[in-house]
Design a protein around this ligand. Sequence first.
Ligand SMILES: Nc1nc2c(c(=O)[nH]1)N[C@H]1C(S)=C(S)[C@@H](COP(=O)(O)O)O[C@H]1N2
Ligand SMILES: [Mo]
Length: 263
Amino acid sequence: MPLRRPFTSLFRPQRGPDQSVLTEHRGLVETIDRRKLLRGTLSLGALTMLTGCNISDRDAVQTVLRAVSGFNDGVQALLFDPNRLAPTYAASQVVKPPRFNAYYEIEDLKPVDIGGWNLELSGLIADKRPWSLERIYALPEQEEIIRHICVEGWDYIGQWSGPNLRDFLTRVGADLSARYVVFHGNDDYMESIDMPSALHPQTILATKYAGEPITDPFGFPLRLRTAVKLGFKNPKWIRAIEVTNSYSPGFWEKQGFNWFSGL
Ligand SMILES: Nc1nc2c(c(=O)[nH]1)N[C@H]1C(S)=C(S)[C@@H](COP(=O)(O)O)O[C@H]1N2
Ligand SMILES: [Mo]
């Protein structure tokens, strides 16, 4: 099934002259090339040229992200280093409001009715009692200013805060040796991430953007924000979290995107 819109129509450069997704991820790209994991379509020479010239060509960035995203999941999981932090940014770089995306147009948004909302927990979790938003707000908050990268070819820097996911999973007695953490959105969106990424220090259950509660289009009342995954692995309008050892493909995997889709 083709993507809803062509990448090129989404070309919106939002960066200064000395920043590029590639430069930021140069270490990763070089590691990948050293391990001979690139699929032959891109050489290190080509990548170095791209990293050296402050690319403004979003298609080129897209190509590299695709290459990174196209690896065998097992190999990527091995490359994953939980102590490696993704780049963070200054508050002055934060885009306000953030940029909306969903698998449908904004007109079709169905905001969460907070009156009937509780965060549900299922699967390999000892304490499955649901969480009210009030209780979630009472948890310690972590803030992070990180880049959101969408596979449709655009990105922005955002400032998210909320409880750290590792702390939350620990608190509810989740089995931290399980393979997957699955997020179910109020809009029937479902995506799963690997446990090491769920436990990464830059993975949070975000309740706020730029210090204010997240607004409807961006996932009110609760969304995932992780610095180690592409945009689509950050479900919005979370209504349930499930810890499991069984794999089920989410919306984007069914479009052919790589499940790991992360750093
Ligand atoms: N519930 C839900 N979460 C979702 C999506 C969606 O369609 N539904 N789209 C994903 C995609 S592809 C992207 S790029 C980001 C967009 O987040 P933003 O609107 O805050 O930029 O949300 C992700 N999470
Ligand atoms: Mo996306």
